[in-house]
Design a protein around this ligand. Structure first.
Ligand code: NAD
Ligand code: MG
Length: 282
């Protein structure tokens, strides 16, 4: 399928809805063939209702995993994701709530294990962003909310999941290209994404002796609900990348499959840069 390089005007507020996007993102390539890479595994994915998280859920299901998905309030998108996972012949547990609450994160992990029987893969992926062009425009409460939503829950969910993760299991964290190159529009957001990189590297070292691997994906511009929900003008979104266009969720999901499965058994503390060609130094 040819990928769009320009996008029409559209208005949404956060959290955005995938079913209102024009055009709809590509979730998984029709030609993607599963090969039991995650057979019998159970994954918990925050922000799994839409965008990158939905793509990860469907790829994991096609590879043989059952999934639990956490989402804030987008029940229509979440139901659609469950339908798509079930079409792959796997189970999908919907977990609605706010990840900035430790108690909710704990209950989401517990429910995932009690309903799906185990937990092998945690994907920390939920996030918000509030673009602002100057530091003066960023309120203290906005700065705090971005950290409360984007990084604290990665710790909460990881901590609670560790009770259940065993040798060979994995944690995968979504960061962003903005962590590596900075962003003049996203001071608070890019700071949380940088924190996620260090969190990933440190947790990887902490868990290496247990053979629990911790890695991440740092996406560039990907066509998801977050984009029309937070940027005023999306017409040329992604055109400033070397590949000259935005990526689709279908082009990000496979990186999570790779990191989650045994093919990546000697990889921990690392990031895959799915960003249309921007060269990342370290
Ligand atoms: P998305 O809007 O589809 O996904 C974000 C999800 O986070 C939402 O579905 C929402 O349900 C969830 N969420 C937000 N606040 C929450 C809360 N308080 N409690 C529970 N869930 C909450 O957008 P996406 O682009 O797929 O985002 C997924 C990840 O990808 C995020 O970490 C984002 O920072 C990262 N990312 C996206 C891009 C991009 O261009 N789309 C680029 C770099 C990184
Ligand atoms: Mg959503």
């Amino acid at each position: 399928m040819s990928k769009p390089s320009t996008f029409p005007e559209q208005e949404q507020s956060q959290p955005g809805d995938e079913h209102k996007m024009n055009p709809r993102p590509e979730i998984i390539r029709d030609s993607y063939r599963g090969s039991d890479k995650l057979n019998g595994k159970v994954a918990l994915i925050s922000g799994g209702d839409s965008g990158i998280g939905r793509s990860v859920a469907i790829h994991f299901a096609r590879e043989g995993a059952d999934v639990g998905i956490i989402y804030l309030e987008e029940s229509e998108d979440a139901s659609k994701t469950r339908e798509l996972v079930e079409k792959e012949g796997r189970k999908c547990l919907l977990l609605q709530g706010d990840v900035s609450s430790y108690d909710f994160c704990k209950s989401a992990v517990e429910k995932c294990v009690s309903e799906l029987g185990q937990l092998n893969i945690l994907v920390n992926n939920a996030a918000i962003q509030f673009p602002k062009d100057s530091a003066e425009e960023i309120s203290e409460s906005q700065f705090r909310k971005t950290f409360d939503t984007n990084i604290f829950p990665y710790f909460y969910l990881s901590k609670c999941a560790l009770k259940y993760l065993a040798e060979g299991d994995t944690i995968i964290n979504t960061s962003s290209v903005t962590a590596y190159r900075g962003s003049e529009h996203l001071l608070d957001y890019s700071s949380t994404k940088g924190a996620i990189v260090s969190f990933t590297r440190s947790l990887a070292k902490m868990l290496a002796s247990k053979n629990i691997r911790v890695n991440g994906v740092a996406p560039g511009p990907i066509w998801t609900p977050l984009i029309p929900a937070t940027f005023d003008d999306v017409s040329d979104f992604g055109q400033d990348t070397p590949l000259g266009r935005a990526g689709q969720p279908s082009e990000v999901g496979p990186a999570y499959v790779f990191l989650a499965c045994e093919d990546a058994s000697y990889i921990t503390g690392q990031f895959i840069h799915v960003n249309g060609g921007e060269i990342i130094g370290s």
